[in-house]
Design a protein around this ligand. Structure first.
Ligand code: ZN
Length: 279
């Protein structure tokens, strides 16, 4: 078990607005400045969503391009772009930024589910096949997002089919309404299902945030924090910014005799492709 822990920051997500937490970064400039602070605080990976000029989730590849450019001027953090930033986006729009920008990582949501008891999060089999192929063709490492146990078995199916290539990297997303609750028992269950060679990370939305963070570290996993998942830092207290979450995570990692991985260490742990290999 390596003592390096990858801290991913999920800065923005598709839903929270300034009314939920005024600190949430929405524009390319705000997101880039926020990511830079998080990198200084110990984040190795930034998971990015874009918003349109009205603040709604968008898969507009020009917003991704602008934001990625601004971040890369300032630091070497690993970029992990969402493929699920707008429930109404077409399959093509969800993949266009991967083909153009060839990011090191992107999310791969390994199944469909009801979303927030009022919508459907579609990840149809045809889309997942195409998405896996597009990622392979462009050298993008999938972060296989798991909201429910069945999604792990989907990932085995796509691995067998060659759509996903081992070793897989999983992100256990716990506490999303419609998916598994953010409990330590659920995390232990999910982690027990994946192969030894896989790497994994976890996050808890809401009151499960810290229990999942501590449990993931205890089980040898990596962790994700940020305003996408939690607008509150503690009960009734809004987070000042994303860097506050990252700084706390880095502190806890060190208290547990581990070290926050640097971006290049995260690249090695996850087997990411170099820029040359992604062309
Ligand atoms: Zn996301």
């Amino acid at each position: 078990m390596s003592d390096q822990v990858i801290i991913t920051v999920a800065t923005t997500g598709a839903w929270p607005g300034k009314k939920d937490n005024p600190a949430i970064p929405l524009t390319p400039g705000e997101i880039a400045a926020d990511v830079y602070e998080c990198w200084q605080a110990g984040a190795a990976v930034a998971h990015l969503h874009m918003r349109d000029d009205q603040g709604q989730g968008t898969m507009d590849k020009e917003k991704f391009r602008e934001t990625v450019g601004l971040i890369q001027e300032k630091c070497d953090i690993v970029l992990n772009l969402t493929t699920s930033g707008d429930l109404k986006a077409t399959d093509e729009t969800r993949m266009a930024h991967l083909i153009e920008l060839k990011p090191e990582m992107a999310s791969y949501d390994c199944g469909s589910m009801n979303w927030g008891h009022n919508d459907v999060f579609y990840n149809a089999p045809q889309f997942l096949e195409k998405l896996g192929q597009v990622m392979q063709a462009n050298g993008v490492k999938p972060e296989v997002e798991i909201f429910d146990g069945g999604m792990i078995y989907n990932s085995f199916y796509y691995q067998k089919k060659g759509v996903l290539k081992a070793p897989l990297h999983y992100q256990f997303v716990l506490g999303a309404p419609g998916g598994l609750e953010a409990t330590v028992r659920n995390l232990v269950f999910l982690q027990s299902l994946i192969p030894e060679e896989a790497t994994w990370s976890a996050l808890g939305i809401g009151k499960g945030h810290l229990p999942i963070l501590y449990a993931a570290l205890a089980l040898g996993g990596h962790i994700r924090v940020g305003l996408e998942d939690n607008v509150f830092y503690s009960k009734g207290v809004l987070a000042k910014n994303n860097a506050e979450f990252v700084a706390r995570a880095a502190r806890i990692v060190r208290e547990m005799n581990k070290v926050p991985a640097k971006p290049d260490e995260a690249r090695a742990l996850l087997g990411l492709k170099t820029k040359g290999e992604r062309q």
